[in-house]
Design a protein around this ligand. Structure first.
Ligand SMILES: *Cc1c(COP(=O)(O)O)cnc(C)c1O
Length: 382
């Protein structure tokens, strides 16, 4: 029934991932993994050093920030950041408007750190005046944790404004910038913070397996002994690099070498402004096209980040999410279920090795699949 459409099947025979990461990577990023290296191989260590050296450029942190990599997914980096920077005597204000904020709270509770929560709905950013009032009223709060783009909904939180009030109140900001890093602007000269956590498999478009935390060097230097685990101790991991340029424990070598290739392609695209512009174009095409098909976005335009877009499930008898999902996947496009509490939704990502052409092709497939689903529902009703 559905013919003459460009399927999303890639050059390696895989469907395109319209998801928030892991995501579709370039062929050259995948090909970079076709070698073996020893973890002490000088060639590998040089590649690793280049990766660590270049990441602070993305947030204007050269000279003041160091990269501490952490084996594992992004959450390993977030847990390492929180447990290394917030000392046993500290207290952390968590700004929560989605699942990743809740995850940070769980991490700190397991680590037995004192927390205060300021939570807003999943479609509502924190009120910066309220953040300032909470800080002004509680002198015990040492740190503030914020999520840059809350991937749960795709909302863009006002990170620069949050940074300003945290600095004005003399506290320390820790940022989960996982799904925004490299795509959305973040300048540490303007947004004062102690650490930024991100990972290999989001907007830099590498494969999963490496988290990293960009740390203000003078703040990191004061964290010795804070960590609650051996593995996730950023201070210890950093000292090992300073001493011998090596990881304490086996690094995900293939991931790092392909991340090096992904970073090269990122800078060739114009760094954050270039990458961000492509994702904004993808998001604009997607949102306009989906609205044209009758779908409604959760967020108004001014709160929408160009990373992932949340759509309401149509509340109509022809629409069945699992069927929709399966049929899109068969035609080469993998979308993402919703994870909201405020509404029944699904999500479509704009990141990865995708451009406006891919988004238009995906929309043509979505149009065909929804038309077909409506027609079948009608035929069943007759
Ligand atoms: C992806 C993501 C993480 C990390 O998730 P992992 O599954 O551990 O990689 C953390 N925070 C945000 C905002 C994310 O989008």
């Amino acid at each position: 029934m559905i013919t003459n459409l460009n399927t999303g099947i890639s050059e390696t025979g895989d469907p395109l991932l319209l998801t928030p990461g892991p995501l579709t990577t370039s062929l050259s990023v995948k090909e970079a993994m076709l070698h073996d290296w020893g973890s002490r191989d000088t060639g590998f260590l040089r590649i690793n050093e280049e990766v660590l050296d270049r990441l602070p450029e993305i947030v204007n942190g050269v000279g003041s920030f160091v990269t501490v990599p952490m084996q594992g997914s992004g959450t390993f980096a977030v847990e390492a950041m929180l447990t290394t920077f917030v000392p046993a005597s500290g207290k952390c204000l968590l700004l929560i408007n989605g699942a990743y904020g809740h995850r940070a709270k769980k991490i700190l509770e397991i680590a037995k750190r004192a927390v205060v929560v300021y939570e807003t709905a999943e479609d509502t950013p924190p009120d910066v005046a309220e953040v300032e009032a909470i800080l002004a009223g509680d002198g015990d709060i040492t740190h503030v944790f914020a999520v840059h783009c809350e991937t749960t909904s795709g909302i863009l939180n006002p990170i620069a404004e949050i940074g300003r009030v945290v600095a004005r109140q003399g506290r320390h900001l820790l940022i989960d910038s996982m799904s925004a890093f490299g795509a959305l602007p973040l300048d540490v000269a303007e947004t004062s913070c102690d650490a930024i956590a991100a990972s290999s498999n989001k907007c830099i478009e590498g494969v999963p397996g490496l988290g990293f935390v960009l740390c203000r060097e003078d703040a990191l230097a004061k964290t010795q002994g804070n960590a609650t685990t051996l593995v996730l101790d950023l201070y210890d991991q950093w000292r090992a690099f300073v001493q011998n340029g090596q990881y304490r424990f086996t690094p995900p070598i293939h991931v790092i070498v392909s991340f090096h290739q992904a970073l090269k392609e990122f800078f060739e695209e114009g760094g954050q402004p270039g990458r961000g512009a492509r994702y904004w174009a993808n998001a604009d095409v997607l949102i306009e096209g989906m609205r044209g098909l009758g779908f409604k976005t959760l967020l108004p335009g001014e709160l929408q980040a160009p990373i992932i877009v949340t759509f309401h499930m149509p509340d109509e008898s022809w629409f069945q999410f699992q069927t929709f999902y399966d049929r899109l996947k068969d035609l080469g496009y993998v979308i993402y279920p919703g994870k909201l509490t405020v509404a029944e939704t699904f999500r479509i990502g704009c990141i990865g090795r995708l451009d406006q052409g891919h988004m238009r092709d995906a929309l043509a497939v979505i149009a065909a699949v929804t038309a077909d689903m409506r027609a079948s529902a009608l035929a069943r009703a007759e």
